[in-house]
Design a protein around this ligand. Structure first.
Ligand code: NAI
Ligand code: MG
Length: 359
C-alpha cells in the first residue's frame, strides 16, 4: 500500500466534458498503478447545465464544503447555451471556483507536439515549448467603475484597473520560481509606454522580484510586439507572465500557435494550497460534436498530467506527457480533428497503455 493518496473532486460538467473526463481518469489511474500512488475520486454532478435544469442553480449552496477539502479538482467543461445562457453557467461555477479558492495563477503550457501540424510554417516538435502564466484575480478585470449620464450627450463610462502589491508580487514569484525550474528565462508582458500608472508599477515589481532570482534571465516586451513574437519567434520563450488581460490574450494565442484546441490544458492554481487547484482542458463543451465519442481527450489527459505535477508526482506527470506524444504519432490512436481514425475511448486507452508500458 502506498501513503501517497490524493483526494480528487471530479466534475465533468457538460457536453464533451462528460466524454473526455473518463479518459483523463483512465490515464490517471494507469499512472497511479505505474508510479505507485492512489487517487481517491469523488464525483460531482453540479457545475453543469443538467444540474441547473433540476435545481434552478449551477451548484448546491454548500458546494464549497463539499469540495474544499480535496487535494485538487479535475474539471471537464461547462456550458450548454441552448439550455442556460453562458454568463449564468460560467459565473455560477468556474468563476466561483477561481475566486472562492483564490486560484490566482492561470497556467497554460504551450508546446508543439508530434503529429500536430502547427499553423506556423517550418516549426517542428521541440521548437515551441513555453508556459503562459496569467494573473487570475485582479488587474484589468475589476468591477470598479460605472456609467454616469446614461443616454445623454455626456454619457461617461469609467473602469479602473487594480494592481495590489500582494497580487502582483505573488504571481511574479510563482512565474520566477517556475522559470527557475525550467529553462531559467522569464518574459514579462507590459505596456508601460501607454498605460502609464499600473504598467510601470508592474515593471517595477518585476525588477524587484528578479533580484531574488539571480539565476533567471528576464526580459520584457510591450504586449503589441509580444503577440507578434509569439507568432514569429515562439522559440524565444520559456515562461511568459502577464496581468489578467494580457495573460488572457496570450494564453489563447500561445496554444493556437501549436495547432489544435483539442489538446491544450490549463491549470487554475492556488500555489499556497490553502484551497484546491483546478485542472481542465482549454476547450469548452463542443455541443456540435458532443455525444458521438469523437472528441479529442488529450487536453483533458494533459490537464491530468499538470494536476499530478502540482500534487508532487513529477515523474508520473512526465510519463503521461511521453505517452501523449507516443499516441499522437500514430494515426490509429489520434482522433479525427488531428487527421486520425481513433474515437475518444480508443485514444484514451492508447495513452493509458503507453503510460503502463513506459519504462
Ligand atoms: P468549444 O471549445 O466548446 O468548441 C470550439 C470548436 O472546437 C468546436 O467546433 C468544437 O467541436 C471544437 N472542439 C473543442 N474541443 C474539442 C475536442 N476536445 N476535440 C475535438 N474538437 C473540439 O467552444 P465554444 O463552441 O465556443 O463553446 C461551447 C460551450 O463551451 C459554451 O457554452 C462555452 O461557454 C463553453 N466553454 C466552456 C469552457 C470551460 O468550461 N472552461 C471554455 C470554453 C467554452
Ligand atoms: Mg480566454
Amino acid at each position: 500500500m502506498t501513503d501517497r493518496v490524493y483526494r480528487i473532486a471530479v466534475i465533468p460538467g457538460d457536453g464533451i466534458g462528460k466524454e473526455v473526463v473518463p479518459e483523463g481518469l483512465r490515464v490517471l489511474q494507469a499512472a497511479g498503478e505505474r508510479y505507485g500512488f492512489e487517487l481517491r475520486c469523488d464525483h460531482f454532478d453540479f457545475a453543469s447545465c443538467d444540474y441547473y435544469e433540476q435545481h434552478g442553480k449551477m451548484m448546491p449552496d454548500d458546494w464549497k464544503d463539499q469540495i474544499a477539502g480535496h487535494d485538487a479538482i479535475f474539471f471537464g467543461a461547462v456550458g450548454w447555451p441552448e439550455k442556460v445562457p453562458d454568463h449564468i453557467s460560467l459565473w455560477g461555477s468556474l468563476i466561483q471556483f477561481r475566486r472562492e479558492f483564490d486560484q490566482y495563477v492561470g497556467m497554460r503550457p504551450v508546446r508543439l507536439m508530434p503529429g500536430v501540424a502547427s499553423p506556423l510554417a517550418n516549426r517542428k516538435p521541440g521548437d515551441i515549448d513555453f508556459v503562459v502564466v496569467r494573473e487570475n484575480t485582479e488587474g484589468e478585470y475589476s468591477s470598479i467603475g460605472g456609467r454616469i449620464f446614461p443616454g445623454t450627450e455626456r454619457e461617461t463610462v469609467v473602469q479602473e484597473s487594480v494592481m495590489t502589491r500582494i497580487g502582483v508580487d505573488r504571481i511574479l514569484r510563482f512565474a520566477f520560481e517556475l522559470a527557475a525550474t525550467r529553462g531559467g528565462h522569464l518574459t514579462s508582458a507590459t505596456k508601460s509606454n501607454g498605460i502609464s500608472v499600473t504598467m510601470p508599477y508592474w515593471d517595477e515589481r518585476v525588477e524587484a522580484m528578479a533580484a531574488n532570482f539571480p539565476d533567471v534571465r528576464w526580459d520584457k516586451y510591450h504586449i503589441d510586439i509580444l503577440t507578434a513574437h509569439f507568432v514569429l519567434n515562439p522559440d524565444r520563450f520559456d515562461v511568459v507572465v502577464g496581468s489578467n488581460l494580457f495573460g488572457d490574450i496570450l494564453s489563447d494565442l500561445g496554444p493556437a500557435c501549436t495547432g489544435t484546441i483539442g489538446i491544450a490544458p490549463s491549470g487554475n492554481i492556488n500555489p499556497e494550497r490553502r484551497f484546491p487547484s483546478l485542472f481542465e482542458p482549454v476547450h469548452g463543451t463542443a455541443p456540435d460534436i458532443a455525444g458521438q465519442n469523437i472528441a479529442n481527450p488529450i487536453g483533458q489527459i494533459w490537464a491530468g498530467s499538470m494536476m499530478l505535477d502540482h500534487l508532487g508526482e513529477a515523474e508520473a506527470a512526465a510519463g503521461i506527457l511521453s505517452a501523449i506524444e507516443a499516441s499522437l504519432l500514430r494515426p490509429e490512436t489520434r482522433t479525427r480533428d488531428l487527421g486520425g481514425s481513433a474515437d475518444t475511448t480508443t485514444c484514451g486507452e492508447a495513452v493509458a497503455a503507453a503510460v503502463l508500458d513506459h519504462a
